[in-house]
Design a protein around this ligand. Structure first.
Ligand code: PEP
Length: 249
């Protein structure tokens, strides 16, 4: 059975005061019927994990370095995230691909480092607006996944997130047919590469302007196993609506 996962990416938002949102989420979902993950900025990983304790919300990082330690000012190693209480890490988010010029090879190395350290790697892919208009979406996704997912991926150490860049933070959402087409394609790629046992059980998240109001219909699409949520994960009330939609999907 594939795991259903509602993952929140706080990006560069949040201070200690924001942890009150975690308290509200824990109160709203004491025994969730899906996995819940929050990825705060690195400054809050340790405090968030401590606040959650044995509670049913996982804490994750937003990136990690491919090396376990060394002279990499400002970077964080996967083992450091584990030490801070994280269980997951996002790698290859389009904002990292764009702002930090991360390549598929970089992302593959980061994902390997993450899983070697015991983290679940949430590996992101997604096409730009221009690429979609040019009819290149599936080619782009195929290339990104071939380059970014390590050979050691399993259904327990890897999650894939499809995030069309043009839908992130814009309020624009692909049609359900467009989401379904890409998720079916990703599933096919995963099965071809890793075999049915693994490929069919790696969870595939959709990300890009998911809100409480559109979550249920997105979760009804085949091969959508959850969501990676940016803006709507910052407030417990919004994220809770998305979690509830996934619980009943
Ligand atoms: C994201 O950045 O991963 C994302 C999906 O953002 P938003 O939900 O705000 O579109």
């Amino acid at each position: 059975m594939r795991k259903k996962l509602a993952a929140g990416n706080w990006k560069m938002n949040g201070t200690t005061a924001s942890l009150a949102e975690v308290d509200a989420l824990l109160a709203a979902h004491p025994a969730p019927k899906c996995e819940i993950l929050l990825c705060p900025p690195a400054t809050l990983v340790s405090a968030m994990a401590a606040r959650i304790g044995e509670g049913p919300i996982h804490t994750g990082g937003q990136d990690c370095h491919a090396e376990p330690s060394g002279a990499h000012t400002g970077d964080i190693a996967a083992g450091m995230l584990v030490d801070a209480g994280a269980s997951h890490v996002i790698v290859g988010h389009s904002e990292r691909r764009q702002d930090h010029h991360e390549t598929d090879a970089d992302i593959r190395a980061k994902a390997s480092a993450a899983t070697d350290a015991g983290l679940v790697a949430v590996i992101c892919c997604g096409e730009s607006d221009d690429q979609r208009v040019a009819g290149q979406t599936l080619d782009v996704i195929g290339t990104q996944l071939a380059g970014s997912i390590p050979d050691t991926a399993t259904a327990t150490n890897t999650v894939v997130a499809y995030e069309p860049i043009w839908a992130i933070g814009t309020g624009k959402v692909p049609t359900l047919e467009q989401i379904g087409e890409v998720h079916d394609f990703i599933r096919k790629i995963l099965i071809e590469r890793f075999g049915a046992e693994t490929g069919d059980n790696i969870s595939i998240l959709y990300g890009g302007s998911v809100k409480p109001g559109n979550a249920a219909e997105i979760f009804d699409v085949a091969n959508v196993d959850g969501a990676l949520v940016g803006g709507a994960s910052l407030k417990a009330a919004d994220f809770s609506g998305i979690i509830s939609a996934l619980e009943t999907a």
